[in-house]
Structure formats: structure tokens, C-alpha cells
Design a protein around this ligand. Sequence first.
Ligand SMILES: [Zn+2]
Length: 192
Amino acid sequence: MENKINSDLMVCKACGYKIKPKKLKTLCPACGVGKKYFEPFNDNISPLRRKILELHLHPIVVHFSVAISVFLFLAVLISFFTSGKVTNTLYGTSAVMSVTLPFFVAAGLVSGIIDGITRFKKIKRPMILNKIYLSIFFLLISVAVLALVQVFKFDIFYINILLLILCFVSAVCGSLLGKLGGRLTDAILPGK
Ligand SMILES: [Zn+2]
């Protein structure tokens, strides 16, 4: 057994919310029970790993790629029913958004690898590997979306149908990754 490493945090016995003693007022900010329900948190991971996870870098970064995928899907869909200036505006916005998509997907992949290594000490863990493969697929789709938007400028009906499908698939990829990641939020290997 590894020794437990004490932290400078308090934990709510009712809901498990962790907080610095300085910041704890009369109630648990998460579930609302009184201060007396808090006890010192005996952390079983190192302060450094706790600090990295507390940044919540990966959960924050991943929202951008899902939001952009959904936006692009809606923009292509709406463009079927518009013409002239409105279509041009939709296209212009989509052209910019589609450039940012692969970057945000890549940022999600990199931050996810950092998060995974922080939690599980190495990358070769079953769910982490599955998430990485799915992210690489997501990245390829986002590059395909970028290429189709830039080259065809919403001009060709069949390409727009293809774009619609790809944007839908990329939004599903992002959501699936989020769902898998959600199950890992409390999964951390103990130790340094
Ligand atoms: Zn609580």
C-alpha cells in the first residue's frame, strides 16, 4: 500500500466537493449542506497531479470543437434554404470556423493525452487508447470539412450534402468523446 498524501483541501462528506479551507463559507457551494459536513481531504494522489487536474484544461478545451461542429452543421443545413447575401454570410462565417475546427480538435487531443497521463500515469490504458483513436478520426473528419468548405464554397449541392453528413459525424464524435470522458472524471490511479 502506498502512503496517503495529505492535501490542503477539505471535502464535503455529503457530496464529495473539494475546496480550500479559506474559501469555505457557511455552506457547501455544491450541495448546500452546512460547513460542519466538511472534513480534511486525505488525497491519494500527489499535489502536482491534483493541481494539473484542477485546471480542468481538457474539459474546457473540448467544448469548442463540439460547438463549432454543431455550428457548421446548422450553417450548411440553413444554406439549403437561403440564397444571395444570406448564403454568402453563412459561407463566410463557416469558412473562418472550419479553419479553427482542426486546431480545436488537435488541442482537445493534446490536452486529453496530458489529462490521461496525469490520471493513469501512462497512455496505454484501454479507455484512453479508445479516446485517442476516436480523436484521430475526429481530426481527419475536421480536416475533410475544412477542405470541402474552402474548395467548394457551398456551391455544389452534393458536396453540401456530404458536408452535412461529415459535420454531423464530427459532432457525434465530439459528443461520444465527451460521454466517455465524463465517466473518467473520478477515475484516478493513486500515488505520486
Ligand atoms: Zn456538498
